[in-house]
Ligand binder design. Structure first.
Ligand SMILES: [Zn+2]
Length: 272
């Protein structure tokens, strides 16, 4: 692992961590990271200049010329650590924001994740909304959260309140709540547009009957957000599996106390 700059090693480790959590069956899930200027300098010796560019499938003008480390289409997270250069790669967006160049990795004619349009549209929205601080978009298939999309209304408030009410850390870790996108065909521009609309408001978007998209400043923060939401979903599934009525939940007054003590703002629309 040491032959790569730290951010690549951290990215590889996150792929393994996600696989070990059980979130990446087969080639499920994808991860992208927007390089800092320092990362680009540290990686100069690896990056190749190519003439050939490829269409992104959407238009992300604010990401023009940015570099991203991405997982490859059809690649298995469990194999990333064994052969990074065949499983992941670095791309650069062209000056128009409509095409990309392959600069490193993605060996044997591999291409970036099929969810590249969703990732890049989400990156663009979050970069603009956070003054550049968000750099990571992570998509996984956590089973407990997906199970909830079969029994709860596909509604931002329903999911937010259930997750906040299940574990005390939740309103502190994701104070803006979670968004929910109805079932859609993955991999195209339509779901990318629907997700990026929600990403203007939230850092986590549930894809009904499919998985979760998370955005964050760092690999650790973004993995932690995925982990926290899935843990809360697991608690809900366990509690509901006991065949006993729920008689307690973290209530709105308690959520307000948490927000005050941890200095986060919870939107009024989620509190009665
Ligand atoms: Zn997926």
């Amino acid at each position: 692992m040491n032959k790569y700059p730290k951010f690549i090693n951290d990215f590889i480790r996150m792929c393994s961590d996600g696989y070990q959590q059980g979130w990446h069956e087969r080639n499920g899930g994808n991860l992208t990271y927007r390089l800092t200027d320092e990362d680009i300098q540290d990686t100069k010796y690896l990056l190749e200049v190519h003439d050939t560019s490829y269409p992104i499938g959407t238009h992300v003008p604010h990401l023009a010329n940015a570099y991203f480390l991405v997982t490859g289409s059809g690649k298995f997270f469990r194999n990333v650590v064994l052969d990074p250069e065949a499983s992941i790669g670095i791309i650069q967006i062209d000056a128009t924001g409509e095409r990309y160049y392959k600069c490193w990795g993605l060996r044997n004619h591999s291409v970036p994740t099929s969810e590249l349009p969703s990732h890049l549209m989400n990156h663009e929205v979050k970069m603009l909304a956070t003054n550049g601080s968000h750099r990571v978009i992570y998509h996984a298939h956590p089973a407990n959260l997906i199970a909830l999309t079969f029994v709860f209304a596909l509604d931002d408030k329903v999911f937010t309140k259930e997750l906040w009410g299940a574990a005390t850390e939740c309103p502190v870790v994701f104070p803006s709540g979670v968004g929910v996108v109805d079932w859609m065909v993955p991999g195209g521009k339509d779901i990318a547009v629907a997700s990026s609309e929600k990403m203007k408001e939230y850092d986590a978007i549930v894809w009904a009957h499919h998985g979760l998209f998370c955005s964050g400043e760092s690999l650790d923060i973004t993995f932690g957000l995925m982990h926290t939401i899935e843990k809360a979903a697991e608690i809900i599934v366990k509690a509901r599996s006991m065949n006993l009525p729920r008689i307690n939940q973290i209530n709105d007054e308690e959520l307000r106390q948490l927000a005050k003590d941890f200095q986060v703002t919870l939107p009024d629309k989620f509190l009665s």
